[in-house]
Design a protein around this ligand. Structure first.
Ligand code: PAF
Length: 281
């Protein structure tokens, strides 16, 4: 398993694979891989002849006061994991390889990008769309794999692919949780032991919401209120949002019946975590 650093080398490898008739899966990541990423790689390896994992901490998707510098990195561990799962190459470009100083092009999915996480992270999704569209153009995958923990990202990427006619299938992959129910995230490493205990309230509140909905509760405001109470009850928590939305438009819904997603973003200490459940979960 090789680590490739330049766009031209990836293009050469892809050209050879295409000539040999191979299908290609892409797993875009920012590295510091965990079992959630592992499940994306496994699905790609299972369903494609070749799998490319990109590892790139994308500066364009971080706001000025966010954790770009501090974002955890461990390429040795990442490459061991990708190799053990049967991935073929890691594409790990430097920022200068991905973004020329003269870059003047942005990719923005209007509307969807300004809701939910887009309110506290106004540049985030344009940065995601920019790097993902570049990766699609560089790797030309048949399939790309995205985790459903980043549900808004998944919806936005789908819209971008539809609007810009990218010839790639977007495959959603289930959220992977630790044994206590905490959704895996590279940012969990920032949490202290005490904060980790508080972070469990995210999934606990979602599980309670799920049970309310299964027992017939349909009023979104009531379910949101119950989630809010559970999270506000633990130390270090500060809710950014708790929302129940339509899965296509990401607009709030009042009655929880079908096509819904229950989404939340919560600061635990200084760490912002997201979690959700949807019809797709
Ligand atoms: O989900 C992520 O890790 C990132 O947003 C992505 C898709 C790799 C783009 O940098």
């Amino acid at each position: 398993m090789e680590i490739i650093k330049t766009v031209s080398e990836v293009r050469d490898i892809v050209k050879k694979w295409r000539k040999a008739g191979h299908s290609i899966g892409l797993v875009p990541t920012m590295g510091y891989l965990h079992a959630g990423h592992g499940s994306l790689v496994e699905q790609s390896v299972k369903n494609n002849d070749k799998t490319v994992v990109s590892v790139f901490v994308n500066p364009a998707q971080f706001g000025p006061n966010e954790d770009l510098e501090k974002y955890p990195r461990d390429i040795k561990r990442d490459s061991e994991l990708v190799a053990s799962l049967g991935g073929d190459i890691i594409f790990k470009p430097e920022p200068e390889e991905m973004y020329k100083k003269s870059n003047a092009t942005t990719v923005k999915v209007e509307g969807l990008s300004q809701k939910l996480c887009g309110i506290t992270r106004p540049v985030h999704f344009a940065g995601v769309c920019q790097v993902v569209s570049k990766l699609f153009n560089i790797v030309t995958p048949d399939n790309a794999y995205f985790g459903l923990k980043d549900f808004q990202q998944y919806v936005i990427i789908n819209k971008m692919v539809e609007d810009l006619n990218f010839p790639v299938k977007i495959n959603p992959c289930a959220i992977v949780r630790d044994k206590n129910g905490l959704a895996l995230s590279s940012r969990n490493v920032y949490l202290t032991d005490e904060e980790t205990k508080s972070a469990l309230s995210l999934n606990q509140s979602l599980q309670y919401a799920k049970s309310l909905i299964s027992s017939g509760e349909k009023k979104a405001f009531f379910i949101i209120d119950e989630i809010t109470k559970i999270i506000n009850n633990v130390p270090y928590s500060k809710i950014d949002y708790v929302k129940i939305v339509d899965i296509d438009t990401l607009d709030d819904i009042d009655i929880v019946e079908k096509k819904y997603a229950v989404l939340l973003a919560v600061y635990i200490g200084k760490t912002r975590l997201i979690d959700n459940f949807t019809e797709l979960s």
